[in-house]
Design a protein around this ligand. Structure first.
Ligand SMILES: Cc1cc2nc3c(=O)[nH]c(=O)nc-3n(C[C@H](O)[C@H](O)[C@H](O)COP(=O)(O)O)c2cc1C
Length: 279
């Protein structure tokens, strides 16, 4: 709900086309139609309030969106709206919302049949105890259950899990890039130093690095002459040992071995849960 202030006092309108568009400075964009009283108010005062409705505010949202301030003084309707005092602007905020943001107008632009208004947030409050009201296909909803991500679970040894947990450095997901080289029903692996674990050749690229370029560099560095395909395969896994887990992404490329070296071994993939999931 966007609150604004005009010569006849404050007003509120409902808007679904509202979103945060910058962190620093914090900016919020809203798209409102030219006929609204809200736009006229904001053009005059250069400020507005963004009040993110909570699940108990369907009546307020319907009224703020169903009537114009030209037709009715919505904020004066008995027992619907309560106010929170603003800190940095003069426009009132609506009580009972999940977020109240006080905004100063920094940009106004006509885009298609709506006007974009961008507000710099000069004060913001968040009420953790309330959940936002969701508007979808003309109806109101509450927040639903968490959607579990589609990751394949792989049971691995304690050592293997420990190994990946160590390289994860407590990251929620480890992002690896690796190469699958198969020959005569066997797969190329290298031994991870300091452990007896065999794994396909893989590495963790730094953020922003191109995954395939990083893999090629890594293979060169390791002394492996492998020709890498250019079609990535994505495997999203949860490594599990008892209750211990580690989420891991593998971007994989098929590879062709050019020359055997000392670091290589060939293994039957069937003997290893993780490797057989990767290929
Ligand atoms: C759920 C809902 C979402 C709405 N979203 C928008 C929106 O994003 N932009 C807009 O211009 N109008 C939107 N409206 C319509 C305005 O709220 C409506 O035109 C209102 O009467 C304008 O009030 P005002 O003239 O007092 O400013 C929405 C209405 C509802 C019910």
């Amino acid at each position: 709900m966007i609150t604004s202030r005009g010569i006849n006092g404050p007003n509120v309108m409902t808007a679904e086309w509202v979103m945060q568009i910058s962190y620093q400075p914090m900016l919020i964009g809203a798209f409102i139609h030219e006929g609204s009283k809200t736009l006229k108010n904001i053009e005059k005062t250069k400020e507005f309030g963004i009040n993110v409705a909570s699940q108990k505010q369907t009546t307020a949202v319907n009224i703020a969106g169903g009537y114009s301030g030209i037709e009715l003084d919505k904020l004066k309707i008995k027992s619907i709206f309560k106010f929170v005092k603003p800190q940095k602007i003069k426009t009132p905020l609506i009580s009972g919302c999940t977020i109240n943001a006080e905004c100063k107008l920094v940009r106004k632009q006509k885009l298609g049949d709506h006007i974009m208004i961008v507000g710099k947030v000069v004060d913001i409050r968040h009420d953790d105890s309330k959940n936002p009201l969701i508007y979808h296909r003309g109806r109101y909803f509450g927040l639903g259950s968490t959607i579990e991500q589609d990751r394949v679970e792989v049971n691995v040894s304690e050592d293997m899990l420990e190994y990946f947990k160590n390289i994860a450095h407590e990251k929620f997901v480890v992002k690896c890039v690796g190469v699958i080289v198969e020959s005569k029903n066997k797969i190329l692996v290298i031994s991870k130093s300091k452990t007896a674990l065999n794994m396909i050749p893989f590495s963790i690229p730094p953020p922003g690095a191109n995954q395939r370029d990083h893999l090629i560099e890594f293979l060169k560095h390791t002394g492996l002459e492998i020709q890498v395909s250019d079609i990535p395969i994505m495997k999203r896994l949860i490594l599990k040992n008892g209750k211990n887990i580690q989420r891991i992404n593998f971007v994989l490329f098929q590879g062709k071995n050019q020359k055997s070296t000392k670091v290589m071994k060939w293994t039957h993939s069937i003997n290893d849960n993780l490797i057989s999931t990767l290929i």
